[in-house]
Design a binder for this molecule. Structure first.
Ligand SMILES: [Zn+2]
Length: 154
């Protein structure tokens, strides 16, 4: 039996969660799932340029665990590029520091502490907001239509 995994701290949900090779019908393509913790390992090491020590600390995991995540992420991205697979980023045992809220009206995105909500888009005042990284556009939906305020500014 697999032992229960400690959750990994991820700064914020990925904004782009699906990639696929151009010019091929979707039904001919295999899908690779990159978990959100693997994505975060890739982001911290290869995009931000952090050392494995720093990045492991950032995600609150051990260095060997971080290295395993990064190795797995590298292997999946390499397969995607070489074999022309579709890559979907989802799942993993993760906690977020921040939520990304996208306004469905004007397209602006905002970063807010995880668990908090916006009353309205600070840019255009729309209450049609999407919380990335949460199923069904966010479980804070009940708060969206409360009042007609302009929302907090950041
Ligand atoms: Zn807006």
């Amino acid at each position: 039996m697999p032992r229960p995994q400690k959750s990994r701290l991820v700064n914020e949900p990925p904004v782009f969660t699906e990639f696929k090779p151009a010019g091929i019908g979707s039904r001919f393509i295999d899908t690779i799932i990159l978990s959100i913790d693997e994505y975060e390992a890739l982001r911290l090491a290869d995009f931000e340029g952090m050392s494995h020590e720093q990045a492991a600390e950032e995600m609150q995991i051990s260095r060997p665990t971080f290295t395993r995540l990064l190795d797995s992420a590298h292997a999946k991205v390499a397969q995607m590029l070489v074999q022309g697979k579709r890559l979907v980023i989802q799942g993993g045992n993760v906690d977020f520091r921040y939520s990304i809220v996208k306004c469905a009206n004007c397209g602006q995105m905002f970063r807010i502490p995880f668990g908090q909500t916006l009353d309205a888009c600070p840019n255009c005042g729309s209450t049609n907001l999407i919380y990335l990284g949460q199923p069904h556009g966010g479980r804070h939906g009940m708060h969206h239509r409360r009042g007609k305020g302009r929302g907090r500014r950041f």
